[in-house]
Design a protein around this ligand. Structure first.
Ligand code: LLP
Length: 423
């Protein structure tokens, strides 16, 4: 029955006296009219404010994890606000460089960096490479042997800590493809090898325990586990990765970036760690900055079962419900603070029963075909994990601020769909 909790909306969200929602001074229904649906609407001030909070909390060196949401305008915004950028593939590296971000502000990640990707990173002169395997150490030595300048590296350590999150989002447990295990002396061996190598300069260590982590204690545990290694390596830098969770649905709450940084820094101090503390948040920078606006196409009540509400997007613009069983809220931007007294399942337009956006959604009882329906907190891992399944066109992205909407990614076209076909 409850109205949408306002804390799930972005910072500049405002509700008019007749219930209409605006973001960044732009009316959401008008944006849907102008740019069509589905549409990702990002609150630019919200993005900027989270970047500033991260820089304030951690200091220079904190990097935005671009996998959460990346396009040219986003890379530029993040750089303007003083964050570095974490890129995990040649593609992410390309977009960041295309946006004009200086290579020295980039941190290169990935558990299987190809020789081509490493060559790109070394030639560009990225600020840090986070090394994930002995094979990668071999590749860097070969490339430097071929005449490229030695990079500055961090060694990614798998601390063997279980973060409180979905199994697929855990990365720091013993059974993981990421990093060098703390157990069995593997990480020590990697550190010794990097420290002795003339093909790289070892700056420190890195660990990322998982994503959508609500409990800062998980980070504290990881720091405790890493401390002996940090001391042994004489690490100038320690990156604790990303992973801070955000609230997606009613009743959830998460620590702020400032609280997270505070807990991390005091855990480091307690463990006698004097290294520069780095972090690479993704989700917490972008998730709550955006909502997705859809148009309702069909409403199908099935007697004694449930009502299905179909919108004009689906698992191609938000695969998280299908992949992780993630929950979202839904509401009508024409009646943002209305009671939501009707239970429905919100589904997309793909040819799969699993194509669900909200499994058990509360929506206003007067919902009709043609309504604009929105899901908040879709700024992270939606657009970047989108697909073309069923040849559905990928949605555009607008940044809104001070009453102006700026199209930063256009909608895909039918021509785009055949552009790469060779006939
Ligand atoms: N650093 C590393 C090395 C990472 O692997 C990740 C995320 C991050 C930083 C940023 O984590 P964040 O602050 O965004 O939690 N697709 C999943 C999330 C996968 C996260 C992958 N790595 C989802 O939709 O929930």
């Amino acid at each position: 029955m409850n109205a949408l909790p306002a804390y799930l909306l972005s910072d500049s969200a405002a509700i008019s006296s007749d219930g209409r929602l605006s973001i960044g001074g732009c009316d959401v229904l008008e944006l849907a009219e102008e740019f069509g649906t589905p549409l990702f609407i990002y609150d630019e001030d919200h993005l900027r404010s989270r970047c500033r909070e991260a820089v304030e909390a951690f200091g220079d060196g904190v990097a935005y994890a671009t996998k959460a949401f990346l396009c040219t305008a986003m890379a530029q915004l993040v750089h303007e606000e003083g964050m570095q950028l974490d890129v995990a593939t040649g593609g992410e590296l390309h977009v960041a460089l295309h946006a004009g971000v200086p290579a020295g502000r980039l941190v290169m990640h990935g558990n299987n960096k190809s020789e081509i990707e490493l060559r790109m990173a070394l030639e560009a002169g990225v600020g840090r490479i986070v090394v994930d395997s002995f094979d990668e150490l071999d590749r860097i030595e070969t490339l430097v042997g071929d005449g490229l300048d030695p990079p500055t590296v961090l060694i990614r350590v798998n601390p063997g800590v279980e973060a409180h999150t979905h199994e697929y989002l855990q990365t720091g447990v013993a059974d993981s493809k990421f990093g060098f295990s703390l157990a069995g002396g593997v990480a020590e061996a990697a550190i010794d090898r990097a420290a002795a190598s003339t093909a790289m300069e070892l700056a420190g260590l890195h660990a990322h325990i998982g994503s959508q982590v609500f409990v800062v204690d998980s980070f504290v545990k990881a720091i405790g586990a890493l401390a002996p290694l940090v001391h042994r390596a004489g690490a100038r830098e320690l990156s604790i990765g990303g992973g801070l969770g955000v609230a997606y649905v009613e009743g959830e709450s998460a620590p702020t970036i400032t609280e997270w940084a505070g807990a991390v820094k005091s855990a480091c101090a307690d463990a006698g760690i004097e290294s520069r503390i780095l972090a690479e948040p993704g989700r917490v920078i972008v998730a709550q900055a955006a909502l997705t606006a859809y148009r309702v196409g069909t409403i199908k009540p099935i007697d004694g079962v449930r009502t299905y509400v179909s919108v004009d997007g689906g698992m191609s613009d938000n695969p998280r419900p299908v992949l992780y069983g993630s929950g979202y809220e839904a509401f009508l931007p024409r009646a943002t603070d209305a009671a939501r007294g009707q239970q429905v399942r919100i589904v997309g337009k793909h040819c799969e029963s699993g194509d669900v956006i909200v499994q058990d959604a509360s929506v206003p009882e007067d919902l009709v075909v043609g309504d604009i329906l929105a899901t908040p907190v879709t700024g992270a891992y939606g657009h970047t994990m989108g697909s073309n399944y069923n040849m559905v066109l990928r949605p555009p992205v607008v940044f809104v601020r001070d009453g102006t909407a700026r199209l930063v990614v256009r909608r895909e076209t039918f021509e785009d769909l055949t552009d790469r076909d060779v006939d």
